[in-house]
Structure formats: C-alpha cells, structure tokens
Ligand binder design. Structure first.
Ligand code: GLA
Length: 413
C-alpha cells in the first residue's frame, strides 16, 4: 500500500491562486494578499485553555486571502472551496448571529473594531492548501490570513514585516482571531492555533506559555539528526467535536474551582501529588453534580501530565536527545486516549501502526475525535512507516489517510 502525500503550494502559487479567485469574482485587482499557515503541535494538548504550555509549529500549508478595502461596511467573501458569496454588514456582525466559514473572517474584522482599530468593509477571496477538517487548524489559518491582510490594507501597523515581525502587534492580532473564533464563530477553543499561525517562526517550534503569552522560538531541524516528523491526516470525520471539547473544558474549569486555583496550571506549578489531588476532587460535594469525580481525576491527570511532558521535551531537545522525544509522544497519546478520552479508532490505528513499523513514537494532535496524528521517524524510514499506516487503514476499511513530512514554516504575513 503506497501512502498519499499532501502537497503544499509555494507562497507565489498561493498568492496567484487567491488573486485569480478575486479577479474572477470582483473583476478587479486586489489591494493586498495575506497568507497564514495551519499548525501541528509536537506536545501539550488540551493544555492551552488550562493556562498551560504548548509546543506547536507552523506548517508549510497555508491559506491565502486577496483583499481590497471598501468605503462602506459591507463584507463580501468568496472562496475557491465554496460556491456562494458570503456577505454581511460589519455593523451587524455580533456574537451568535452567524454560521459558516465567513464568520471566521468577518469575526476578525469585528474583533479588531471592538479593540479600537479603524476597520471598514472589504471584498476578499480565499483559497487554501491547509487540509480542511484535518485538525491542522484551517480555521486559525483563515483567521490569521484575514488578520494580516486587514492589518495591511487598513494600515494598522500591527504585524510588522516578514523579516521583522512585530511580536507585540501580533499578540493583538492573536487576540482578535481568538475572539473571532470564540465569540463570532462560536467555537470556545483555547488560543494555541492562532498563536502558532501568527507567532511561530520558520524552522522553529513555538514554546508558548498560555498563562503569560510569552514565547520562546526553539530550533526544529530534525533532518540534521536523521529524523523526520510524519503528519498523518486520518481523514476521520470529526464527530461531536464541539460538544465534547466544551465538556472537557468545563470539567477542567470545575476541577480548578474545586482545587481552589484559577486554572490547572497553578496545580502543575505547585507540584502537588496525584493522590492528594484525587482525594480533593472526589471529596463529597467538591465538584458540581453534573461532573463525575472519577472522570475529573483522569482529565486533570492528563492536563498535568502533558504540561510536564512539554517541559521534558524542551529539555530533551535542548540536550540534543531528540530520539528520546518519541516515547513521550506515545505516552501523551495513551493519556489522551485513556484519561482525556479524545482519540478515535483511526487515530489509535495510525499511532499503533506507525510505532509497529519502527516509529520512535507518535500521538494524536489537536482537539481529537478525528483529525491528525504525528509520528517521529528515522528520516530514511518515513516512506516505510507511511506505507505501513496506509496498509493498516486499508485493512480496517478506513478511508485512505494523507501524509506530510513536517517542516516548520513561516508565520502569517
Ligand atoms: C484545538 C483547539 C486548541 C487546543 C487543541 C487541543 O486545536 O483549537 O485551542 O485546545 O484543540 O490542544
């Protein structure tokens, strides 16, 4: 069974594609083109909304948006991947009022205006090579591409240049993207994806402290040490994602209240013993009646474990012990599968088949219930491992997966 590889477009190709979609729809040249990458995450999952640590990087796969400012407040959006024009008046954009992909773009304009920036209406055309629904943050790529394009055409001065990104300004754009996703698109996600898309640097992992928003750029050059990171898009349809994600988040927040801290990060930093935490969470009345204490104990164990695993991976990379990262990925997968319960058969098969074929370790990434997995492999075994995963999927009767060899790409610009 031969693996299918998912190609990315060069920045020039993506720009030209977006310009063409714009021209075909609006019969004019766009004033500017923005683009932004999807992301993968090496380690630290479901930790962002617990003020924890995450360690993502930008993909080479990007979303492109060609855009022209209008004098009025009308927003007209067209996409190479969608049929209809999506239209809204910016003055009428409001939480809970919109559905569909356009909400992610209009939401960014709305959030920037809420934050006091002078943004009006615009015409825009979108196209993307970030696989949709693959857990690689196509939505954050869409938001971030809109954010940098709006920054450019309305002269907001927040993004800086490709060579000299303005990280303080980008933090403002990250917040606008998060508000667009949380308040306008209605997905209460945690912020890792938007930070990765706007603040990661090419060739680097982004170590993000979600409590302070501080970042460290950590060199990510696996091929120098004979390794590669395989990204496996399982193509498993996300099921019940929204409700399940919101439930996990609610349990973490209830657990933090029961433990008397603002977020689970404080527990991670305090280094309290697992037994002590479990005793406190299972004490009668500690949690609201809609939370199962035994389940909450496992959810908390995952979050604390993954924050610790981020720290261990950072140390291993720093000490040049990259191969030892592999087993920590698998440990994280087991924790996501058994304690956090966000895996699915396709993700488990992807990780198990990769490991059986010689991967050093692997895990599901992103929110879960479908989407993508990663596997750390020897460089010269990437094809072999990918073929083995593809064969395992065929055996199970699953849809054929798609593969990429991860390379840390550039942020939005
Ligand atoms: C999704 C969310 C992120 C993060 C991950 C899980 O990708 O968008 O904010 O919570 O799930 O780590």
């Amino acid at each position: 069974m031969t693996a299918q590889w998912i190609d990315s477009w060069s920045p020039v190709e993506g720009r030209e594609r977006a310009e063409k979609v714009y021209r075909d729809c609006f019969n004019a040249e766009p004033a500017g083109v923005g683009s932004a990458p999807g992301r993968a995450n090496l380690i630290g999952e479901h930790t962002d909304y617990n003020d924890g640590l995450v360690f993502p990087f930008a993909l080479l796969h990007r979303t492109f948006i060609a855009l022209t400012a209008r004098e009025d407040t009308i927003i007209r959006l067209v996409s190479a991947q969608e049929d209809a024009v999506w239209e809204v008046d910016l003055d009428e954009v409001a939480p809970g009022a919109h559905t569909g992909w356009g909400a992610y773009v209009a939401g960014v304009a709305w959030a920037l205006r809420e934050q006091g920036y002078a943004v009006r209406g615009f015409d825009a055309a979108v196209t993307s090579c970030v696989p949709y629904g693959a857990g690689l943050s196509s939505s954050a790529a869409l938001e971030a591409s809109a954010a940098v394009a709006l920054d450019e055409v309305f002269g907001l001065g927040l993004a800086g240049t490709v060579d000299e990104p303005n990280d303080e300004g980008r933090k403002v754009l990250v917040q606008a993207c998060i508000r667009a996703e949380n308040e306008i698109a209605g997905a209460n996600t945690g912020g890792m994806d938007q930070s990765a898309s706007l603040r990661a640097q090419a060739g680097h992992l982004l170590l993000l402290d979600c409590q302070t928003q501080d970042v460290q750029q950590v060199p990510f050059a696996l091929s120098d040490v004979g390794l590669a990171l395989l990204i496996i898009d399982t193509r498993a349809p996300h099921q019940l994602v929204d409700g399940q994600y919101a439930q996990r988040r609610a349990t973490c927040e209830a657990a933090a209240v029961a433990l008397g801290v603002p977020s689970l990060r404080a527990i991670a930093d305090a280094g309290r013993s697992a037994d002590e935490i479990a005793a406190q969470l299972t004490a009668p009345g500690a949690l609201p009646s809609d939370q199962n204490p035994e389940v909450a104990v496992r959810r908390v164990r995952h979050v604390l474990g993954d924050i610790e695993r981020v720290r261990r991976v950072v140390t291993l990379l720093d000490e040049g012990r990259t191969e030892e990262v592999g087993p920590l990925l698998t440990e994280a997968h087991v924790s996501l599968r058994d304690d956090y319960e966000v895996s699915c058969p396709e993700l488990d098969v992807a990780v198990d088949a990769a490991n059986a074929a010689g991967a050093l370790g692997g895990r599901m990434i992103g929110g879960g219930f479908g989407g993508s997995a990663i596997a750390l492999v020897r460089l010269d075994e990437a094809q072999k491992v990918a073929d083995a995963v593809a064969a395992a999927f065929a055996d199970k009767g699953f849809t054929a997966p798609g593969f990429m060899v991860a390379e840390a790409g550039a942020p939005a610009f």
